[in-house]
Design a protein around this ligand. Structure first.
Ligand code: DER
Length: 235
C-alpha cells in the first residue's frame, strides 16, 4: 500500500546515501520503517556487511538484526557509532522530532547521540511544519514506575492537557519499556510545541523522568517518502 511504499522509499534513499562502505558501526532504530532500512543494507551484499556491526535500539530492533543474519553488537562495546538510522512519529520544519510511539525512545536517543550521523526515515504522514499537527497522542515520556503519578501531576502543572499512562493491550496494566519503565503520553498545545527544546528541558528536569520523546537539533537529515513516489529530503 502507499504508506508502506513511502516508508520503503525513504529507507532505501537514506541507506543508499548514508550507509557507505566506510560505515562499520551502524545503529538500527525501532518501528515499522526501519525493517526497510535493514533490507536495503542486506542488499548491499555479504562482502560489505561481513566486517560491520549493528547496534539495536531495543528488542524489536535486535530481532531485525538477528533475523537478517547481520552481526549484532552492543553499545557497551561500541559507544561511538558511525551512523544511526531511525524512524519518527513526527518531524517539524527544523527537523525536531516526536519519537516514542513504539516506547523505544530512551535507547533510540542514546544511539542517536552516540552516532556521528543520525538520519530519520519516515512516510509522508510524519512531515509537519509544527510538532503536534499530525501526531495527536502527545509527547512520550519514559518514567520510573515509582514516580509516574507524581510526574503525571507535574506534567499537568507544565500545561499538558491530558497526560495519560500508556496502557498495554492483551496485558493487564501499563506498557513496560525494554528498560522496565512506564510511558506517559503528554499532549501539549501549539505554543509549547513551537518551542520543543524548551518543552524538552522542562520535562527532562522533572525528577523521575528517564527520557523524553522530543529529539531536538539532532538529525543530520530526514527523508520522507511521498504518495507520488517522490522523496522529500530536509537537512
Ligand atoms: O518509537 C519510535 O520513535 C519509533 O521510531 C517509531 O515511532 C517510528 O514510527 P514508524 O513505525 O512509523 O517507523
Amino acid at each position: 500500500n502507499v504508506v508502506e511504499a513511502s516508508k520503503q522509499l525513504a529507507a532505501w534513499t537514506a541507506v543508499d546515501k548514508h550507509v557507505t562502505k566506510d560505515c562499520q558501526v551502524i545503529g538500527i532504530g525501532s518501528g515499522s520503517t526501519v525493517p526497510y532500512v535493514v533490507e536495503r543494507i542486506v542488499a548491499q551484499g555479504p562482502e560489505i556487511n561481513k566486517d560491520r556491526v549493528f547496534i539495536p535500539t531495543g528488542f524489536q530492533s535486535k530481532e531485525l538484526i538477528v533475523d537478517a543474519h547481520l552481526r549484532l553488537g552492543d553499545v557497551d562495546q561500541y559507544p561511538h557509532i558511525d551512523v544511526t538510522i531511525d524512524g519518527a512519529d513526527e518531524v517539524d520544519k527544523d527537523l525536531n522530532c516526536i519519537k516514542g510511539g513504539g516506547a523505544c525512545h530512551l535507547r533510540e536517543k542514546v544511539l542517536a547521540e552516540a552516532a556521528d550521523t543520525w538520519i530519520i526515515v519516515a512516510d509522508y504522514r510524519k512531515n509537519s511544519e509544527v510538532l503536534g499537527v499530525n501526531w495527536k497522542k502527545g509527547v512520550p515520556v519514559e518514567v520510573a514506575p515509582f514516580a509516574y503519578a507524581k510526574v503525571l501531576h507535574n506534567l499537568r502543572t507544565l500545561g499538558s492537557t491530558d497526560p495519560k499512562l500508556r496502557m498495554a493491550v492483551m496485558k493487564a496494566g501499563p506498557i513496560v519499556s525494554d528498560n522496565g519503565n512506564f510511558i506517559i503520553d503528554a499532549p501539549f498545545g501549539e505554543a509549547e510545541m513551537r518551542d520543543p527544546m524548551t518543552l524538552l528541558t522542562r520535562i527532562k528536569m522533572l525528577t523521575g523522568v528517564v527520557e523524553v520523546g522530543l529529539f531536538c537539533h539532532m538529525a543530520k537529515a530526514v527523508y520522507f517518502g511521498n504518495q507520488d513516489g517522490s522523496v522529500t529530503a530536509k537537512f
